[in-house]
Design a protein around this ligand. Structure first.
Ligand SMILES: Nc1nc2c(ncn2[C@@H]2O[C@H](COP(=O)(O)OP(=O)(O)OP(=O)(O)O)[C@@H](O)[C@H]2O)c(=O)[nH]1
Ligand SMILES: [Mg+2]
Ligand SMILES: [Zn+2]
Length: 300
């Protein structure tokens, strides 16, 4: 008697699984423990009742359409975050904590490199409208959603964008990810943190990825914030294609193996000089390129 479901949260060794028969608690069975990759939120799993208890055993994990992974900086490889994600929403506050465009670019690139479309949420517009950031990322080709979880501004538009698909919110601690989920889906009661006055950043109020079924259909995954995330497995020469505004220029440089750093006749550098590519975005590209080029072999 096999049941299928979607993993919506991990709590230590047990997983909360949403199935047609309601929410079940499951643990990895011996075989799945050894043979399958780590089970994450969003995974489609097969369950069988464990003998003599209310727990179920996970007997199989379905193929993943997509997998969002994150590398711990200076860490030991990639850590899977969520499976079967349709879109990544990078969340940044326009103020408190101050936005870090290079971190935003990095998170957008990680999504693109995982083959998942990305969009940007500019939260806390009640503190600062964030018009410059909105303009820069719209020009780069991203959908931008200005919101204020505190006042409800922009929440309807965000809710429509989230309907009927599986999305994840990612971004620095204190940006307001959990607050946004609570605003999109009232009654959720996700824990929201107070920003430390001293250090002006959140203190990781959310501790693990948790997936929330939305009333309008679809799921939204809340993730813990972080201040750094590493790149891995991205070929240096594929990096430019992770920047949507650079994509149409690739192949128009004088040299076929152009790295877009100092080569003459570089179409991307010319576009940055002409202002059609934001110089800050090109700078982020260069920093990330240096990182992918110096990447240890074991992460490839
Ligand atoms: N002024 C203002 N404050 C907000 C807004 N959204 C969230 N906050 C506040 O920002 C702080 C952090 O919010 P959280 O939702 O916990 O942030 P988070 O991104 O989930 O943080 P982590 O779980 O640590 O990653 C809380 O004090 C919220 O009340 C907003 O739109 N405007
Ligand atoms: Mg949170
Ligand atoms: Zn070039």
């Amino acid at each position: 008697m096999t049941v299928r479901g979607t993993v919506i949260e991990r709590d230590g060794a047990t997983y909360r699984v949403r199935t047609e028969e309601g929410e079940l608690r499951a643990v990895l069975r011996g075989r799945t423990k050894r043979d399958t990759p780590k089970v994450v939120v969003g995974d489609l799993v097969e369950l069988e009742p464990e003998a003599g208890g209310s727990l179920y055993g996970i007997t199989g994990v379905g193929p993943r359409r997509t997998l969002l992974e994150r590398r711990v900086p200076e860490g030991r490889g990639a850590r899977p975050v969520a499976a079967n994600i349709d879109e990544v929403f990078v969340v940044t506050a326009t103020r408190d904590p101050a936005p870090i465009p290079q971190l935003i670019d990095r998170l957008l690139v990680v999504a693109e490199a995982n083959g998942i479309p990305a969009a940007l949420i500019l939260n806390k517009t009640d503190l600062d409208p964030g018009d410059q950031l909105a303009a820069r990322y719209r020009a780069a080709g991203y959908a931008v959603y200005p919101t204020a979880a505190r006042t409800g501004a922009g929440i309807d538009a965000l809710r429509s964008a989230l309907a009927s698909r599986t999305s994840v919110v990612t971004g620095p601690s204190g940006a307001g990810k959990s607050s946004l989920l609570n605003a999109v889906q009232p009654g959720l009661g996700l824990r929201v943190g107070e920003i430390s006055r001293k250090i002006r950043r959140g203190a990781n109020t959310t501790v693990g990825a948790v997936m929330v079924p939305l009333d309008g259909g679809g799921y939204l995954v809340d993730t813990p914030g972080f201040s750094e995330v590493g790149l891995w497995g991205i070929e240096p020469r594929e990096l430019a294609s992770c920047f949507p505004e650079m994509r149409p220029l690739i192949g128009h440089c004088r040299y076929g193996d152009c790295r877009h750093v100092s080569e003459p006749g570089c179409a991307i550098r010319e576009a940055a000089a002409a202002g059609t590519v934001a110089p800050e975005r090109l700078e982020s590209y260069r920093l990330l390129l240096a990182e992918t080029e110096s990447e240890p072999r074991e992460w490839e």
